[in-house]
Write a protein that binds this ligand. Structure first.
Ligand SMILES: [Fe+2]
Length: 330
């Protein structure tokens, strides 16, 4: 069957090639004939034909140069026009980014996990309060860790609460305009200003409407005041690099939905008030090798999770107020 089909096909190819060769030869011989006839009439000389050939080549070259210039022009336009367009739209809409820079985009662009971090892990490592030297062996592990009562002696545990932080921001001029990365999670509060404008009954949950927010403290004065109430966790490596901002999370019940953090270092959290439940799950591609698990932390505990690779969600027990300071190390 195969031979039957392939043989006629081969014959057809050869015949087509022969026709093409013959046409090529005919065309060349006709051109030669035309060339000789033109010379014979005396209307053109060899020099004229050479000049005509040179011009034809030049036109071709110019056309190529023009195409190249067009291509460079288009690339330049895209490089210049795109940021200008982006900035103009952002300015007109009054937003920092008009293209979404959210978890959907991050999720679509995250690298696929090799699942090594979660194999055999079904619970956090629970450590008693320990020294820097004792902690050193766990310091850069991707295993979730709770250090019990590690922050229980911080002044922040007694003093940091909704009223303190509200008064602090309201007493520092301009600080409410200098809030970076405000997250309202499921609540209707869209800014820190709105958080501090809540009525006392809404703020303390008497109205029954839970709220939960988080934000990065990037105002230098506010950050300096807050850091008087909490030191760097004593067990972290002395040479660990820390960011220049901290993150505050506070509120009731709702917590954070399942997500990954797109941060450069490992995360630590000091649970200052309230209990908080953590639900950790590996990346979907690790489902067949690893497992999800819950744990909870109590006031005074420090929790360390590599939130860049563990998907995590939090909930706060009904009616409890949770206040957390979060930062990074690496
Ligand atoms: Fe997170």
């Amino acid at each position: 069957m195969f031979l039957f089909i392939s043989r006629p096909m081969g014959t057809l190819d050869n015949r087509m090639r022969a026709v093409r060769d013959r046409l090529g030869e005919d065309f060349n011989s006709k051109l030669d004939e035309l060339h000789l006839n033109a010379l014979r009439t005396g209307l053109v000389s060899t020099a004229d034909l050479q000049e005509a050939y040179r011009k034809a080549r030049e036109i071709n070259n110019n056309q190529n140069r023009l195409n190249l210039l067009w291509l460079l022009g288009i690339i330049f336009f895209i490089l210049v026009a795109t940021p200008v367009f982006y900035e103009t739209i952002s300015f007109l809409l009054g937003v920092r980014c008009f293209l979404p820079n959210n978890h959907l985009v991050w999720e679509a662009t995250r690298p696929i996990s090799d699942c090594e971090f979660c194999k055999g892990v079904s619970a956090p490592l629970i450590l008693p309060n320990l020294t820097r030297e004792e902690f050193a062996r766990y310091a850069y592990s991707s295993r979730p860790i709770i250090v019990k009562k590690a922050v229980a002696n911080w002044p922040a545990q007694q003093q940091l609460n909704y009223s303190y932080i509200k008064q602090l921001y309201e007493s520092v001029p301009g600080s409410l305009d200098d809030v970076c990365q405000f997250q309202h999670f499921n609540s209707d509060l869209k800014s820190l200003r709105q958080v501090f404008k809540m009525s006392p009954s809404r703020a303390n949950l008497s109205e029954g409407a839970p709220w939960f927010v988080g934000w990065s403290v990037c105002h230098a004065t506010v950050l300096a005041e807050l850091r008087k109430l909490y030191p760097r966790p004593h067990f972290l490596p002395v040479d660990a690099e820390m960011p220049s901002t901290d993150f505050i999370l506070m509120g009731y019940e709702q917590g954070a939905v399942m997500h990954l953090d797109y941060i450069p270092r490992l995360m630590w959290q000091a649970q200052l008030q309230g209990n908080k439940s953590w639900f950790l799950t590996p990346a979907p591609e690790c489902d067949h090798q690893c497992q999800s698990f819950f744990f909870y932390v109590e006031p005074g505990d420090a929790v360390l999770v590599d939130t860049r690779i563990w998907y995590h969600a939090n909930t706060i027990p009904r009616g409890q107020f949770s206040f957390t300071v979060q930062s990074e190390y690496g």
